[in-house]
Write a protein that binds this ligand. Structure first.
Ligand SMILES: C[S@@+](CC[C@H](N)C(=O)[O-])C[C@H]1O[C@@H](n2cnc3c(N)ncnc32)[C@H](O)[C@@H]1O
Length: 238
């Protein structure tokens, strides 16, 4: 199951099930506390305190490589430095730092947890990156100004949203609607997930989004079956 301890970071590994995803049932999975704002508020309040105490930025969800593979793809496509990029559910803001280090200049991160926004703001300030916008926003109820992006990036946020114990199906529909509002037509959407397979993501995003590429992620073998524990896809908004 997508649990904090089961998520992949540089130092930990996604808990792999025989279904080839990090869910236990493959097809569907039970709602969990990871789908609640309370969970993330508590998690980022703790991470903020740790950051203040020892300067540790905390969890890098899915590890460094999960950022590098997206940035490599962007660079291969000659993505313009001033492309407007939105990091949906930015957490500690480390992806924004990496994007800025690679020369991207028009960056926005949003998160619905105020502690995450405070942590990301501190992490960016420490790096001298004061021109990056970080806003407290619920992506399921975004401000009308959250629009005009050339690229939207989601690393683990759709996973969290789809674990919402209340109104999961509505949350998924609202996510699609917010994504369509935020991303320009022809814009690119990058999603990294450990709860949904490629096939499931294609089904969810196919109305209005075309798959451009599956980015390679580590493969594993279990009981003679080969699969990926993390799925990373690039879509284009039609
Ligand atoms: C698994 S963490 C990933 C954080 C970050 N993307 C990363 O890769 O480190 C999920 C993030 O989504 C945020 N989140 C969940 N639901 C959200 C929503 N409806 N609107 C905005 N952010 C949300 C959480 O606060 C958390 O920061």
């Amino acid at each position: 199951m997508f649990e904090a301890s089961a998520m992949a970071s540089e130092s930990s590994h996604v808990q792999e099930s025989s279904s080839g995803s990090c869910t236990e049932s493959g097809e569907d999975f039970a709602p969990s506390k990871l789908g609640t704002k309370e969970y993330w508020d508590n998690a980022y309040s703790r991470e903020l305190q740790t950051y203040r105490d020892i300067g540790d930025v905390g969890e890098i969800w899915f590890g460094e490589e999960s950022m590098n593979r997206v940035i490599r793809w962007m660079e291969k496509q000659n993505t313009a430095e001033n492309a407007a990029i939105l990091d949906i559910g930015t957490g500690n803001g480390v992806f924004l730092v990496e994007l800025a280090k690679h020369g991207f200049k028009n960056l926005t991160g949003i998160d619905y947890s105020s502690a995450s926004v405070e942590l990301a703001t501190n992490v960016l300030a420490e790096e001298g990156l004061t021109n990056i916008k970080v806003q407290e926003q619920d992506f399921l109820n975004p401000s009308p100004d959250l629009k005009g992006f050339d690229l939207c990036i989601d690393k683990g946020t759709f996973d969290a949203i789809s674990l919402n114990p209340e109104g999961r199906e509505m949350a998924k529909l609202q996510y699609m609607s917010s994504l369509r509002a935020a991303l320009k037509p022809q814009g690119h959407f990058f999603i990294t997930s450990c709860n949904w397979t490629k096939e499931q993501l294609l089904q969810i995003f196919s109305p209005g989004f075309e798959l451009l590429q599956e980015l390679p992620t580590p493969r594993f073998q279990f009981g003679g079956v080969t699969g990926n524990s993390v799925t990373a896809l690039v879509f284009k908004r039609l």
